[in-house]
Design a protein around this ligand. Structure first.
Ligand code: ATP
Ligand code: CA
Ligand code: CA
Length: 606
C-alpha cells in the first residue's frame, strides 16, 4: 500500500472500513442530486472524506436509454421539461445553479463496478476486494519499485477511481523532481472492464506524451494493492475551481484562452485516434496558481478514454451527465462527442450556467437530447455574435453537423486569437475517402457546391491544404498526406489503425489533387446544411451544376450512387429526383446526391 493511504489524517475513502454510503433506494429514478451551490473543491472533497452521503455513487444502472421510452417524470422545482422540446431553463427566472462537480453516468459506474441489476447491488462494503473479483488478473506488468523510487507527500486531489498525491523521485535521473501520483486501488477494480480501463489509461498517457496541453507522463508502478501513475504535478488546481472562483463568468478573451488550449489538446488526441470521453472542467488542471503568468492548462484523466478507428462508431455509454453528447446516449459515436463536451464547457465559461440541467440523471439526458440551450438570457445578448455562433456549432445535436476540434480553432471567434495554429484534421481524410469512392456525377455536384463557399468558409480548407505541403504547382498526392500524418504520429495512431485508413486513399497514389478539387473532396455537406444560408448555397450550386455537370441519368445509376439495394422500388423512390422533361437531376435529386451514400450503407460496404 502506498504511503498516501497510510496517512492517518487522510483516510482512504476506498477502504472497506470507510464505505461510501448507498443511496436510500437505489432504484428510485427520481433520486435527487442535492442542489449544488457554489461549492469550493475543498469542501466537496472533505465531504467524501468525512463519509457523508455522496451524490456521486448511485449504484443502480438501468438502461441509460430508458428515459426515451417513458414520459418525462415531473421534477420538483420545474427542473424537468414538460414538453420534449423545451429547455428546462425556461421554467427558471434565474439561471441554473452554478457548475458543480460532474457525476459519472450511472452506467459507467455500474459497468465498471460489475452491477448487473438492482438485485446485484451488494451490501455496504461487500464490493471491496472480494466477491467476483477473485479470479480477475490484476497484474499490469508495471514496475514494482514504487516505494523505493518515490517518496509520497500530501494528497492533492481525488476522483471516483483514484486519488492523487504529490511525490518526489528519490533516485535516478529524475531525482528530486516533484511529481503527482494517481493511486488507483486494485480493490476498486472489480470487473475486467475496470482493469482494462486502467491498462488503457496508462497506454494512452504513454502514447500521447509530449503535447504541451496534456499532462506529462513519467512512469507507472504497481504493488499488491494499487496502481500508481506518475505524472507532472500541476499546481494550479482544476479549471472547475477557477470557474467557481470567478463566479462562473469569463470575459470573452479569458474564455478564448481556455478554449484554445482545450481544443489544441483535443484536436491532437483526435488526430491520434483517441477519444477522451470525459471532458469536463475537473479534468483540466493549471500548471501554476498564478493567473497572470504563463500558467498552462493540461488535460488529465484518460480513465475513460479509448482508441477509435477513423471509420468506427463506439457504443458504450461513458462520461459525465452534464457533458455527455446526445449520440453517446444513442450508443453510436466517435470523436465528435468530445467536441460536444467542449461546447458545454464553453457555454459555462461564457455565461456561468450549464446548458442542460435537471435534478435527475434522466432529466439531464432528456435535456441533452431534446432541449435547445438558451442564448436569450443575460449575458448572451451582450456577447459577440461570433461567440454565440461558436458555442452553437459545438452544441449541434447532430454529430455530422457539429464542427471538429480543428475546425473550432479556425472559427472566426478564435482564429485571430494569439496566433492560433490550426492543426491537421482527420475529418478531411474521412471526407476525401468518401469523395474518392463517389461517382463522377457526385464529384461534379460537390465541385459545384465548393464553388459557392465564402472566403470565411474556405479559411479552414486553405489551412488544411497548406498543412499537406502541396507541390510548387499547388497539388497534393498520397505522399503529402502520409508525410503530414507521419510528422504527427505517436504510438496511438497505430492502435487506432490510422495507417490502414490511409491505404483507403490509395487512388491518390497515381494522381494529384489541386486545391479546387480538394475543396470539393474535403467539404462537409452536413456541416454546410447546418448553416442558415444553406438553401442559398445549394441553389447557387445547383445553377452551376446545371451549366457544367448536369446530364440525363439513369435511375439505376442514382440508386447505386445512393446505396439503394435492388429490393427497393427505386423508380418510386427516385422519381421526384429526376426532371421529367429532360431526365436530368432536379434540385431535390441534386441535394440528395450531395449527401451521397448514407453512412450506414457505407459502413456495410467496408
Ligand atoms: N497531475 C496532477 N497534478 C495535480 N493534481 C492532479 C493531477 N492529476 C490528478 N490530480 C487531482 O486529482 C483529481 C483526481 O484525478 P483523476 O481525475 O485522474 O481521478 P479519477 O478518479 O479518474 O476521477 P473521475 O472521478 O473524474 O473519474 C483531479 O481532479 C485533480 O484534482
Ligand atoms: Ca477526473
Ligand atoms: Ca477518471
Amino acid at each position: 500500500m502506498g504511503a498516501c493511504t497510510s496517512k492517518p489524517h487522510k483516510p482512504n475513502p476506498y477502504s472497506s472500513r470507510n464505505p461510501q454510503p448507498l443511496p436510500s433506494h437505489p432504484y428510485d429514478p427520481s433520486q435527487q442530486i442535492p442542489k449544488t451551490p457554489l461549492t469550493p473543491a475543498r469542501d466537496r472533497k472533505d465531504d467524501v472524506i468525512a463519509g457523508k452521503q455522496s451524490p456521486f455513487f448511485p449504484f443502480y444502472s438501468p438502461s441509460p436509454a430508458r428515459f426515451l421510452k417513458k414520459s418525462p417524470a415531473p421534477t420538483p422545482g420545474g427542473g424537468g421539461s414538460k414538453s420534449a422540446s423545451s429547455t428546462p431553463r425556461r421554467f427558471f427566472r434565474r439561471p441554473f445553479p452554478p457548475p458543480s462537480p460532474a457525476k459519472h453516468i450511472r452506467a459507467v459506474l455500474a459497468r465498471r463496478q460489475g452491477k448487473k441489476a438492482a438485485s446485484a447491488i451488494p451490501e455496504e462494503g461487500e464490493e471491496e476486494g472480494g466477491g467476483g473479483a477473485v479470479d480477475l488478473d490484476k497484474r499490469f506488468g508495471f514496475s514494482k519499485e514504487f516505494t523505493s523510487r518515490l517518496e509520497v507527500g500530501e494528497e492533492v486531489g481525488r476522483g471516483h477511481f483514484g486519488y492523487t498525491c504529490s511525490a518526489r523521485f528519490k533516485k535516478g535521473e529524475l531525482k528530486g523532481q516533484q511529481v503527482a501520483v494517481k493511486v488507483i486501488p486494485k480493490a476498486k477494480m472489480t470487473t475486467a472492464i475496470a482493469i482494462e480501463d486502467v491498462r488503457r489509461e496508462v497506454k494512452i498517457l504513454r502514447a500521447l506524451n509530449g503535447h504541451k496541453n496534456l499532462v506529462q507522463y513519467y512512469d507507472a508502478f504497481e504493488d499488491q494493492d494499487n496502481v500508481y501513475i506518475v505524472m507532472e504535478l500541476c499546481e494550479g488546481g482544476e479549471l472547475l475551481d477557477r470557474i467557481l472562483s470567478k463566479g462562473g463568468k469569463y470575459s470573452e478573451d479569458d474564455a478564448k484562452a481556455v478554449m484554445v488550449q482545450i481544443l489544441n489538446v483535443v484536436a491532437f488526441c483526435h488526430l491520434q485516434g483517441v477519444v477522451h470521453r470525459d471532458l469536463k472542467p475537473e479534468n483540466f488542471l493549471y500548471t501554476s496558481k498564478d493567473e497572470s503568468s504563463e500558467s498552462e492548462l493540461k488535460a488529465i484523466d484518460f480513465g475513460l478514454s479509448d482508441f477509435v478507428r477513423p471509420d468506427e462508431r463506439l457504443n458504450d455509454i461513458v462520461g459525465s451527465a452534464y457533458y455527455v453528447a446526445p449520440e453517446v446516449l444513442h450508443r453510436s459515436y466517435s470523436t465528435e462527442a468530445d467536441v460536444w463536451s467542449i461546447g458545454v464547457i464553453a457555454y459555462i465559461l461564457l455565461c456561468g450556467s450549464r446548458p442542460f440541467w435537471a435534478r435527475t440523471e434522466s432529466g439531464i439526458f432528456r435535456a441533452v437530447l431534446k432541449a435547445d440551450p438558451s442564448f436569450d438570457e443575460p449575458p448572451w445578448p451582450s456577447l459577440s455574435t461570433e461567440a454565440k455562433d461558436f458555442v452553437k456549432r459545438l452544441l449541434n445535436k447532430d454529430p455530422r453537423k457539429r464542427i471538429s476540434a480543428a475546425q473550432a480553432l479556425s472559427h472566426p471567434w478564435l482564429r485571430n486569437y494569439n496566433n492560433v495554429k490550426v492543426p491537421l484534421d482527420l475529418l478531411i481524410f474521412k471526407l476525401m475517402k468518401i469523395y474518392m469512392r463517389s461517382s463522377s456525377l457526385r464529384k461534379a455536384a460537390l465541385r459545384a457546391l465548393s464553388k459557392t463557399l465564402t472566403a470565411d468558409e474556405l479559411y479552414y480548407l486553405r489551412e488544411q491544404f497548406a498543412l499537406l505541403e502541396p507541390s510548387k504547382n499547388g497539388s497534393i498526392s498520397l505522399e503529402n498526406i502520409s508525410k503530414a500524418l507521419m510528422k504527427q504520429a505517436t504510438d496511438a495512431m497505430k492502435e487506432s489503425r490510422i495507417p490502414d485508413f490511409l491505404a483507403s486513399l490509395n487512388p491518390l497514389q497515381y494522381r494529384r489533387m489541386d486545391f479546387e478539387e480538394f475543396c470539393a473532396a474535403a467539404l462537409s455537406v452536413h456541416q454546410l446544411e447546418a448553416l442558415d444560408r444553406w438553401e442559398q448555397h445549394a441553389r447557387c450550386a445547383y445553377e452551376l451544376f446545371e451549366k457544367d455537370g448536369n446530364r440525363a441519368i439513369m435511375i439505376e445509376e442514382l440508386a447505386s450512387e445512393l446505396g439503394l439495394g435492388p429490393s427497393i422500388p427505386v423508380h418510386v423512390v427516385l422519381h421526384d429526383w429526376i426532371r421529367h422533361t429532360d431526365g436530368k437531376l432536379s434540385f431535390l435529386g441534386f441535394v440528395k446526391l450531395l449527401h451521397g451514400v448514407s453512412s450506414r450503407s457505407l459502413a456495410k460496404v467496408q
